[in-house]
Design a protein around this ligand. Structure first.
Ligand code: ZN
Length: 179
């Protein structure tokens, strides 16, 4: 089954990333915006993919961030406000990029998707690494400014600038997209 040409990739909107080990109050502002986007995307039959940290003990990131989002733990669950629905795809990842050893590229090619719409956390880390791989694999990268967040406004702003400068990312907002 070939979906429409767009995929929304929801990155790390997990219990540990909003409320737990890597708690980020700034993430709360993007939850309703992502919810609106997902409702729209599902109605349009766009592919919705969750790229979720699902770490194993000893993963390289533990050295930098400490233990978080261990596979199968409550902290690795998608926050209930953004629960995956039937037809969505949920992929686990063990490093920053949603493409790294996750099968995401094959999935997107199966659905003949050319454009990825990236949302979630963090603008300057996992969204950035995912954008890098999307760019290298020749996808068009769209990032919704009101659906991504970082630990600080500076990290968020600089993250967005980098995506535009380095990967030719289009940045827009969910409000504009849904018009
Ligand atoms: Zn991680």
């Amino acid at each position: 089954m070939v979906r429409n040409k767009y995929a929304v990739v929801v990155i790390d909107m997990l219990e540990d990333f909003v409320y737990g080990a890597l708690k980020n109050d700034r993430a709360k502002r993007i939850i309703p915006n992502i919810a609106k986007l997902l409702e729209f995307a599902r109605a349009k039959d766009w592919l919705v993919v969750y790229a979720n940290d699902a770490h194993l003990p000893g993963d390289p990131e533990e050295k930098v961030w400490g233990t978080h989002a261990l596979a199968g733990s409550p902290g690795a669950q998608v926050i209930k406000e953004l629960d995956p629905k039937q037809g969505d795809i949920v992929l686990g990842k063990r490093t920053y990029s949603a493409f790294y050893e996750t099968g995401l590229d094959l999935l997107l090619r199966q659905h003949e998707i050319k454009t990825v719409i990236l949302v979630g956390q963090h603008t300057h880390i996992c969204v950035r690494h995912t954008s890098a791989d999307a760019f290298a694999k020749n996808y068009t990268v769209v990032v919704l400014e009101d659906c991504v967040e970082s630990f600080s406004d500076k990290d968020h702003r600089e993250g967005l600038s980098y995506l535009k400068m380095c990967y030719g990312a289009t940045t827009t907002t969910v409000k504009k997209l849904l018009k």
